[in-house]
Design a protein around this ligand. Structure first.
Ligand code: MG
Length: 404
């Protein structure tokens, strides 16, 4: 069996959902999804020469070839792995179909039949759409949804409480909110927080806790915006509310800062969505500087590499809660991974406000998420396919649609 083509399609959703389709000479195809990045489809086009004509079943060898192909450009970490990760997912789908077994079987078998999801509730409105440089944009579906939306203040505790109640009413028992919901997306400097701002953060969290009770798990995301002294104050202020985890209080590049924070507060810490390969996680895991790691399975280096990260974390008694802002296609690849690892906590659902998040997938019973859980697919490969008619409706202008 030989790989004959690697093609991409991009859907302009809350982010650029970037799909990779790989075809083999026996007509079997595999579908994967990459985390967005500037220049992503051009990168995939340029990288394909490393694996065209190769046997798609030698997945690990092919991933190494792709890493080697990008080594001059710098493949120790970074967005080249967004491309490689989507390609690897497509290879896993293709090989699973070839042998008639699901991806979870290829990566070690399953520990569970259902995967618990948490609803990302943002803060205030969750309706958003960003280009590959996190530039806010307004595709047609976004403008239509915006016109129907009630204006709201993202700093109002009552708005947070209402978002939480709505998610719990839909069946979720784990939620995440953005503590930095007032931030400007493209601003990158650390901002010093006043005592009043931290008190207000705690008020919003208290409002959510009061609205949903203690049976709902509650995670909070900082997106690396604050200084170490401020996140120590934030963590301590949140201690009374039984937080599931505090996510990315600091950049993941400084395990020592995480360790200081961990020793300063009882709130569990989580990071990993911006780390690549097992090497990126090594120090954080081996020093137990966080309690939970959150690799992004559309960018971290592939599902096989993520399996190694999870096993490494397991050896240090840490949980894995994968980050996921993908379409339902990428989310389903993540579901296979979550079924296969022993130390799984919960998987992110980031599509509450995208009207076609579920519609873009075909081949599985809907709704995909019932009672806050996704049933692990039993069909070959991914166990689902892209609904091309829907994907074409929202296709990004200027990008090919699985064309050569
Ligand atoms: Mg995050």
């Amino acid at each position: 069996m030989k790989i004959t083509s690697i093609r991409t399609a991009v859907v302009e959703a809350n982010y650029d959902w970037t799909f990779v389709r790989i075809e083999a000479d026996n007509g079997i195809t595999g579908l994967g999804e990459c985390f967005f990045a500037p220049g992503l489809t051009a990168m995939i086009r340029d990288l394909q020469v490393a694996i065209l004509g190769e046997d798609p079943r030698n997945i690990d060898r092919l991933v190494r070839r792709l890493q080697r192909a990008a080594s001059g450009a710098g493949s120790v970490s970074g967005i080249v792995h967004n491309a490689i990760t989507g390609i690897e997912a497509a290879l896993l789908d293709l090989v699973g179909k070839c042998y008639g077994i699901p991806i979870w079987q290829l990566i070690g078998g399953k520990h569970r039949d259902e995967v618990r999801m948490y609803a990302d509730c943002h803060g205030g409105s969750g309706l958003e759409s960003y280009g590959p440089a996190l530039d806010p944009r307004e595709p047609e579906w976004y403008r239509e949804a915006k016109a129907r939306e009630m204006p709201c203040d993202p700093l109002d505790p009552a708005i947070w409480a209402e978002r939480a109640r709505q998610a719990v009413a839909r069946g979720f028992d784990a939620l995440k909110f953005d503590l930095d919901c007032d931030a400007v997306p493209m601003e990158g400097q650390l901002r010093a927080l006043s005592t009043v701002e931290i008190e207000r953060m705690a008020e919003r969290v208290a409002a959510v806790r009061e609205a949903v009770g203690s049976s709902v798990d509650l995670a909070l995301d900082c997106h690396w915006r604050y200084s170490l002294p401020d996140v120590v104050r934030i963590a301590r202020a949140l201690e009374p509310y039984g937080i599931f985890w505090l996510e990315d209080p600091l950049p993941p590049t400084n395990p020592r800062s995480f360790r200081t924070l961990r020793e300063s507060s009882a709130v569990p810490l989580c990071t990993g969505e911006n780390l690549f390969l097992r090497h990126g996680f090594r120090e954080l895991i081996e020093t137990q500087s966080v309690h939970i790691v959150s690799p992004d399975l559309q960018k971290t280096g592939g599902l096989l590499e993520a399996r190694r990260i999870a096993d490494h974390a397991d050896m240090y008694d840490l949980l894995v809660a994968p980050h996921c802002i993908a379409s339902s296609i990428g989310t389903m690849a993540s579901v296979h991974f979550c079924a296969a690892i022993p130390n799984f906590a919960v998987l992110e659902f980031h599509g509450q406000d995208v009207p076609f998040w579920e519609e873009i997938l075909t081949g599985l019973p809907k709704p995909l998420i019932r009672n806050g859980r996704i049933r692990v697919p039993e069909g070959p490969g991914l166990g689902a396919e892209l609904n091309e008619a829907v994907a074409r409706r929202y296709a990004k202008a200027g990008e090919g649609f699985f064309s050569s």
